[in-house]
Design a protein around this ligand. Structure first.
Ligand SMILES: [Zn+2]
Length: 531
């Protein structure tokens, strides 16, 4: 009996899915079909995979092929052992086959192109996980070690990759790991925050080569802020001795409401700045100034990307990263990839309602979490109490200047048992805890990781209280296993994350540009066997 096992499509639209995503369609037998979506999978991609299966089915019925097993980077080796392989990598609206018996199903053009796709998959994986070994690469991409050795050898020869002897010995042998060639180019990550402007310059492996941080001075208005930002990018590059011509892309993280596809800042719900930052084509402004591609991303997602690859999120596939500072946002990771929602606005954790009759939020609603627990709210509560005559160390710590009271000062006072500071922080933590319990009930995540200025200031106090509230309020089955952690990352996480997202988005372009002589620029349509 002819059996077709599986067709796998891998979505790697770098800018909107830097982590890659596994989508699986299982087809078994000539007549019966079992379609399984193993992971979150878009309808479009599902159709592509289905289309691929159709082509394989036709090939099988013409007697050209008997057994196909198509595998993905994430299929376990146990499943691979018993069958020969065909790798189908779907990208965009087209895909190619690779593997044995190509002569019966494809032509030379498809073979070359699929080699290009395999190279690209290798580069993307190495960029995401620098220092990955060959064995691990082969395992993850579902290819033989011999096959990987061939592909990697070609990539080393073309100066895409370098081999490095890693310092650690594994079972008595030094391990050779692979990283992106440092000469491929650099990327810039920019984090335009309410208070601080941060610029990071990295190579494609994410190695930090230059970093600058200074006050944003939002009060000076949008044009002044952007003009200083562009100047600071130039200065950071100059002090890192990296010419602008070596910069492949600039990633900008912004904490307003963002349209990633259009590269627009739609709004910036911060008191006094909302008008200045309405419908700003930030991506275009950066591209016009530098003549370099720009990627605009929500700052909570940029930070979350750093958390996922370098921080506490490294060990989790399904987790939520909560970023709390002047605003509160969240990034939801499902199967290791960020969940963006239907039109990209998922994760507005700060605007979940805590109290219908609560204080007015900058978004226009009442009683949002952000209006009850952000750093801005906490600082405001302390100031209000002080102006009513409540005694607190915070005023003295701020040299008796009310406008100098910061979240760091409040955290320090709370540590010294200042009752006002402790009470205000503890109330905020209770509200965050109640909303986090909702997340636990709704998503059953492995972990919730808390980061941002608020958690950098008072991680222990806040997390103790949040743990208590989540344990009280969330359903037992989910709460038993969920880990509530604070982020180990520093203030550069947003800029580093923006650089990382940009590097991931540039891999395809670099490979296409540099490998042009060996590759075919357009992908063939799904292969239909001749005859
Ligand atoms: Zn709100």
């Amino acid at each position: 009996m002819l059996r077709i096992y599986a067709v796998v499509a891998i979505e790697r639209l770098a800018s909107d899915n830097p982590d890659g995503r596994l989508n699986l369609v299982l087809i078994h037998g000539m007549d019966t079909r079992i379609l399984i979506r193993q992971r979150p999978c878009s309808d479009r991609l599902f159709r592509i995979a289905d289309h691929a299966a159709e082509a394989l089915l036709r090939a099988a019925s013409s007697g050209a092929i008997c057994v196909y097993e198509v595998v993905s980077p994430f299929t376990s080796p146990r499943q691979l052992d018993s069958h020969r392989l065909i790798l189908a990598i779907a990208k965009g609206d087209s895909f190619a086959y690779d593997g044995h018996d190509m002569s019966r199903t494809g032509n030379d053009k498809e073979r070359v192109s699929s080699r290009r796709q395999t190279e690209l998959a290798v580069l993307q994986l190495i960029q995401r996980e620098p220092a990955i070994s060959r064995v691990e690469l082969a395992h993850r991409l579902g290819l033989s070690t011999a096959n990987i050795t061939g592909v990697v050898g070609a990539l080393v020869e073309k100066n895409f990759l370098v081999e490095e002897m890693s310092a650690a010995k594994v079972v008595g042998r030094r391990r050779i790991s692979l990283t992106m060639h440092p000469d491929l180019g650099n990327v810039v990550g920019v984090d335009i925050g309410t208070f601080n402007l941060r610029i990071a310059v990295t190579d494609l492996n994410g190695k930090l080569l230059g970093y600058r941080e200074e006050a944003t001075e939002m009060w000076r208005g949008r044009e002044a802020v952007l003009s200083r930002c562009f100047q600071l990018i130039d200065e950071t590059l100059a002090s890192s001795s990296i010419p602008v011509s070596k910069v492949l892309g600039i990633g900008v993280a912004f904490s307003g409401v963002i349209d990633v596809a259009e590269g627009m800042v739609l709004s910036y719900p911060r008191l006094g700045h909302a008008e200045q930052w309405k419908n700003v084509p930030l991506k275009k402004l950066v591209e016009d100034y530098f003549g370099i591609p720009c990627l605009l991303e929500d700052s909570a997602r940029a930070v979350a990307t750093t958390e996922r690859f370098l921080g506490a999120g490294q060990n989790f596939q399904d987790f939520v990263y909560v970023d709390a500072g002047m605003g509160i946002g969240a990034s939801i990771f499902i199967g290791g990839s960020i969940y963006r929602g239907f039109n990209g606005s998922a994760g507005e954790f700060g605007h979940m309602t805590v109290d219908e009759n609560g204080p007015l939020c900058l978004c226009g609603n009442n009683g949002c979490l952000e209006a009850m627990a952000s750093s801005a709210t906490i600082i405001e509560s302390v100031r209000r109490a002080l102006s009513k005559g409540v005694i607190s160390k915070t005023l003295e710590m701020a040299n008796n200047q009310m406008d100098r009271i910061s979240i760091e000062i409040i955290a320090r006072a709370a540590e010294e048992n200042d009752s006002l500071a402790y009470r205000v922080l503890s109330e905020a933590a209770s509200h965050i805890g109640a909303s986090a319990a909702d997340l636990v009930n709704l998503l059953n995540p492995e972990a919730i990781i808390f980061g941002g200025a608020l958690f950098r200031a008072a991680p222990v106090l806040l997390l103790d209280q949040i743990r208590r509230v989540v344990r009280q309020r969330a359903m037992e089955k989910s709460v038993n296993d969920v880990q509530l952690l604070s982020s180990p990352l520093g203030t550069n996480a947003g800029a580093v994350g923006a650089a990382r997202l940009t590097a991931a988005a540039m891999i395809d372009t670099i490979h296409h540009r540099r490998g042009a002589e060996a590759a075919i620029p357009t992908m063939p349509q799904p292969a239909v066997p001749a005859g």
